[in-house]
Design a protein around this ligand. Structure first.
Ligand SMILES: Nc1nc2c(ncn2[C@@H]2O[C@H](COP(=O)(O)OP(=O)(O)OP(=O)(O)O)[C@@H](O)[C@H]2O)c(=O)[nH]1
Ligand SMILES: [Mg+2]
Length: 305
């Protein structure tokens, strides 16, 4: 008689992990490195991320649903800023783990604002000290870490370099150990909750943001007007919305050169993301005041409700 028992399936773990922090600390870079795939756009300009965006990492036992958020900002002057803060704050209420990202030795009032926003969070909060590749003498971090431990009972404090991929696995392992038991919420091969159209619009916004550097018209949005596959080529039409006529001239550049560069950089990224040949056409249009117009924000997808 065969008395062996069929192996029972080990329990699965699944949960949501918020990535929060002030603008520009490297939250989206961290998400992309945790996933080893580019899901969320990044730039050296603060307030690059404007939407909640999920990046999903599954293995046989666990599914981590990371939620990248707009940097929490102390500016409340525009409706867009308010909506971005509301988006980030609403994510904190609904997750199993929080990654609170800060950078190097910096602790300022914007970091304090994030800490205060986490005051009522009952879930484990990991403090991630990012950009340590820029710290020459790592032992100098120790007294800083000692100061940070006084601010809250953090589940862990982890120094990392998101850009250099240093210590990212440590975060991954810590997070997995904190996930609650439960079934997977997404198919194992799904990597984001966002549509290809959304990712295409974001890649265009990233290239405009990066190309324009400090002359960036902050009031800039992208709409995808066409997203069609035809004879195995993806045809994408993107509309770049700016606030003022002068900004339109800046984005287009002399003889259209800048718009061409934006287009070819965005197309290259799209071909990697969508694994397809891409034909990309871009236009620039002036739409004044959209960043302070609740209705325009809703139609551009900035308000989830
Ligand atoms: N040297 C260094 N730079 C980094 C690191 N991580 C991110 N950066 C850079 O910091 C800048 C901001 O990175 P993002 O990932 O866009 O920051 P964010 O926190 O998502 O910013 P917002 O979306 O604006 O809130 C970019 O120029 C990144 O390349 C790091 O580990 N080391
Ligand atoms: Mg970001």
């Amino acid at each position: 008689m065969n008395d062996s028992v069929a192996p029972s399936n080990p329990p699965r773990h699944c949960g949501h992990i918020a990535i929060v922090g002030r603008p520009n600390v490297g939250k989206s870079t961290l998400l992309n490195h945790l996933l080893q795939q580019k899901i969320s756009i990044t730039s050296r300009k603060p307030q690059t991320t404007r939407h909640r965006i999920m990046g999903i990492n599954s293995d046989a036992r666990s599914q981590c649903i990371f939620v990248d958020t707009p940097g929490l900002s102390l500016q409340f002057n525009k409706a867009l800023n308010r909506v971005m803060n509301e988006t980030a704050l609403s994510v904190i209420k609904d997750v199993d783990v929080v990654l609170f990202v800060v950078e190097r030795f910096i602790w300022n009032e914007a970091d304090q604002f994030v800490l205060d926003a986490l005051a009522n969070a009952k879930v484990p909060v990991l403090l991630i000290i990012n950009k340590i590749d820029l710290v020459q003498n790592k032992t100098e971090l120790l007294p800083h870490i000692a100061e940070l431990t006084k601010k809250r009972d953090f589940a862990e404090i982890v120094p990392v370099s998101a850009l250099g991929g240093h210590n990212i696995e440590t975060i991954d392992n810590l997070v997995k150990a904190l996930l609650p038991e439960g079934p997977f919420l997404f198919p194992e091969d799904q990597i984001t909750d966002r549509s290809s159209r959304f990712l295409a619009a974001e890649l265009i916004r990233e290239k405009v943001t990066r190309q324009l550097g400090d002359e960036l018209p902050y009031e800039l949005a992208v709409e995808i007007e066409k997203f069609e596959i035809n004879k195995s080529v993806l045809h994408i039409h993107g509309l770049i919305l700016v606030d003022k006529k002068g900004q339109k001239r800046i984005v287009i550049g002399k003889d259209g050169d800048r718009l061409k560069q934006i287009g070819s950089a965005a197309r290259e990224d799209m071909e990697t993301t969508f694994q397809s040949k891409v034909m990309l056409n871009l236009w620039v249009k002036v739409k004044s005041g959209w960043a302070d117009d609740e209705r325009a924000l809703r139609s551009l997808g900035y308000v989830d409700r």
